[in-house]
Design a protein around this ligand. Structure first.
Ligand SMILES: [Zn+2]
Length: 58
């Protein structure tokens, strides 16, 4: 019988977690940077995204 699950080595699991955390940090950074951008259209886009996703705003 073939095993259906794969096990990751601890090094690969740590690398995956690091990639997920970096992607999340980058995404949140883009959200906040664009949210405080002086360009009205960019600010409104970030603002609308926050409200759509129930992100705390104002
Ligand atoms: Zn708002």
């Amino acid at each position: 019988m073939v095993a259906l699950t794969r096990t990751l080595s601890p090094a690969l699991a740590g690398e995956r977690l690091g990639a997920v955390l970096m992607a999340g940090l980058l995404g949140l950074g883009l959200l906040f940077v664009s949210g405080f951008a002086p360009t009205v259209a960019l600010h409104n886009a970030a603002h609308d995204w926050r409200h759509t996703h129930n992100f705390p705003c104002h």
